[in-house]
Design a protein around this ligand. Structure first.
Ligand SMILES: *Cc1c(COP(=O)(O)O)cnc(C)c1O
Length: 399
């Protein structure tokens, strides 16, 4: 028997749940791409995109996923042979670093493991030791989606300042923009990147780069930049065509317009941050209760270092895969795979899973997902502590 019929819940860390209103906004005939409504609507996205990253600087929109803006951001500031520093807390830090290597940069990874954030003292020590200022940029990931560790981006700026180091601070906020608190300008971030499909509730396919004047000065001499990936015409187009270096992603733009209206003009960004924090606390409360007995364990011990967008869980092989399979077949919920925690093909790979709680999620969706996990643990006969749903609902009741 399955109880999975009904509306399926996608609780993976991206792509996230798309609001019906965003889908409806995209359901339209192909628009005129030369002038009129689409052009005006696209202009209206720019101030809202700046607001969501809390910056007054420039933004460029790309037709591409997160990997596209990883590469585009690097290409605009690096020359072949440049040295970059990657403080890694999971798979995504390494991934961005690999992209820099392929562009011809000399990449130095500081691996902070899979369970703790970037150690700012060690980072500062490394910067102080770089007397010749060889390090051109720091490739930081605010929330590493594989481990659900959130690192302190403002603290990295402070470390750079204390070390008197001129490296650019680049922040990957793909997982957590509009979920975890982020202030590009106040935190001294030079380049921020994100995508449409996580906190921004729009299908995958749009990538964003916000950059300040320091970053744009690096663009002046970067020899990795190519015409298509150049951020300058996109951020300051003379004509509409230049926004996208070609045909605009028409329907995605309508979807994004609706999502930004919901996020910024209806809910408000600070309220969205607070919602994500509250719902994340409910998720953690449930996992902490389950973890009192048996194999369930949150990957990140200290709540201060946990993302509000995604939660990585350790449960032991093969229970991660078994639980995910049970939930999707029997309860109508898809959980995220464990990513980068064990090599694919290794039996240990099946010992992890992730819960996405980014974007268009509310208390009832979170309680539903947690309730389904509770049932899954019981169905699979996995020992677990009691009172998880009670603990989660207690957190939500205090909202
Ligand atoms: C999802 C994600 C990416 C990659 O984005 P894609 O759209 O899958 O290319 C990169 N970094 C982080 C932190 C992410 O969460």
């Amino acid at each position: 028997m399955t109880l999975g019929h009904g509306r399926h819940t996608l609780a993976i860390p991206g792509p996230s749940v798309i609001p019906d209103r965003v889908l409806a906004a995209m359901h339209r005939p192909a628009p005129n791409i030369y002038s009129g409504e689409l052009v005006e609507m696209t202009h209206s996205l720019i101030p809202d995109l700046k607001a969501v990253a809390r910056t007054t600087h420039a933004v460029a929109i790309y037709i591409g996923n997160g990997h596209a803006v990883w590469e585009a951001a690097l290409a605009n500031v690096l020359s072949r042979g440049d040295h970059v520093l990657v403080p890694a807390t999971g798979r995504f830090g390494f991934g961005w670093g690999e992209m820099a290597t392929r562009l011809g940069a000399e990449v130095e990874v500081m691996d902070f493991g899979k369970r703790a954030p970037v150690d700012l003292a060690r980072l500062e020590e490394r910067l102080v030791a770089d007397k010749a200022h060889k390090i051109k940029a720091i490739l930081a990931v605010q929330t590493d989606t594989s481990t659900s560790i959130r690192s302190d981006i403002a603290g990295m700026r402070a470390a750079l300042d204390r070390a008197g180091h001129p490296a650019l601070l680049m922040a990957d906020c793909i997982a957590c923009l509009a979920c975890d608190v982020f202030h590009m300008d106040d935190w001294g971030v030079d380049i921020t990147i994100s995508g449409s499909q996580k906190g921004l509730m729009t299908p995958p396919g749009l990538g964003f780069i916000w950059f300040n004047d320091r970053a744009d000065a690096a663009r002046e001499t970067a020899n990795c930049v190519t015409h298509y990936w150049d951020w300058r015409p996109r951020a300051a187009p003379d004509d509409y065509y230049q926004y996208f270096a070609g045909t605009s992603p028409t329907h995605h733009l309508y979807g994004l317009r609706e999502a930004l209206t919901m996020l910024l003009h209806e809910e408000g960004l600070e309220a969205a941050w607070a919602r994500h924090e509250k719902l994340a606390r409910a998720v953690w409360a449930a996992f902490e209760a389950w973890g009192q007995e048996g194999p369930v364990e949150l990957n990140v011990a200290d709540p201060a270092h946990r993302s509000h967008a995604v939660t990585s869980v350790r449960i032991g092989s093969p229970h991660g895969t078994a639980l995910r399979d049970w939930l999707s077949e029997k309860a109508g919920v898809t959980l995220g795979i464990g990513l980068g925690m064990a090599p694919p093909g290794d039996p240990a790979w099946h010992g992890f899973f992730r819960v996405g709680h980014m974007g268009h999620v509310n208390a009832h969706m979170i309680m539903g997902t947690l309730g389904a996990i509770d049932a899954g643990l019981k169905a699979l006969g996995l020992p677990h502590g009691k009172g998880a749903l009670e603990a989660a609902s207690q957190v939500i009741s205090e909202a």
